[in-house]
Design a protein around this ligand. Sequence first.
Ligand code: SF4
Ligand code: SF4
Length: 205
Amino acid sequence: MEFCQIQLNYLDWNFQDAKGKVELLKEWKLPVWVMEPLRGGRLAKLTDDQEAKLLALRPEEKIPAWAFRFLQTIPEVTVVLSGMSDFSQLTENLHTFETEEPLKEQETEALLKIADGLLGGTLPCTACHYCVSHCSQGLEIPKLIALYNEHCFTGGGFLAPMALSAEPQEKQPGACVGCRSCEAVCPQGIKISEAMADFAEKLKG
Ligand code: SF4
Ligand code: SF4
């Protein structure tokens, strides 16, 4: 392999463990090509309050540019692929990439705090795996919760159904029998059985 293309942006840094993927690719000495730098345009527009926080740090920087500056902070990134729908977006992005202006520590912290705010409604699973050995159905709970979070955040995107289409029925959220033995050991107090039931229902469309 000469490079690896992954979904990478400041929202997915922790949410979809893009950070862990970058660390692995660094270990393998593979350059990172980025897709979804703006998360389907979600990071191009923030709330007034969030935008004000960023403007206070860099008054000249446009909001979409913050996502690109975040990527400029990661040395392993060599290519950024961003979809653009009009000429003004193209000129704005060219302007951003005319200079390398990686984020300072304080700026990265502010951006990751905004990411936390955007993910407010998702389940706080840390993928500790404590629950997995307690599941009589052998479900890969943290993986299912990560997909559930993705599915809820995107309001029912294609990623979770696509990922689950490769899994047998007995590994799907619908295989959960609601015994709740996983919940007894979850340090985050996540109502896993409810999430699985809701996920199964959402997947029916
Ligand atoms: S509630 Fe569902 S996910 Fe949790 S242990 Fe029981 S079958 Fe497994
Ligand atoms: S125990 Fe809770 S936090 Fe840990 S992996 Fe399972 S659901 Fe996630």
